[in-house]
Design a binder for this molecule. Sequence first.
Ligand code: ZN
Length: 168
Amino acid sequence: MVRNPDSRGAISLQDIWRALDDVVDPEIPVVSLVEMGIIRDVMEVGGRIVVKMTPTFAGCPALEVMESDIRARLEKMGIDLVDVVRALDPPWTSDWISESARRKIKQIGLAPPQVHGGDFINVLDAPVTCPYCDSFNTTLKNSFGSTPCRMIYYCNNCSQPFEQFRPL
Ligand SMILES: [Zn+2]
């Protein structure tokens, strides 16, 4: 429990998780950092709130934005003593993207990454479903899309090009 300076009572870690679910991924603003599995843990250590995050790609320029958005959201709850720490081991995997985030990603025309459970090589050959018509009849056009974490596909069924979030 953390004391709220507004004296509205104690804030639980669960309240903090809920608040952090408002912080969106700067790369894909329809999903939150919690849904993306980027925020790994929230704990209280010696009166400070420690937020552990694992970025999707190390050295990603959005990191600074994510950190300041996390701080800003918690400050709104009256929590000023915040440490945002980066945890790089184990590295982020696209398997951590929640079901709700996968649905939202698909709604913006971005195919969600296949769940691979660590069997990464097999999934690269697995068919990618078109986010528009759900057809498996798709072809990889370019392994590099608008960002390094996206690949460009073409749907042979609805003749629509689309990007896939690269499985990682
Ligand atoms: Zn299609």
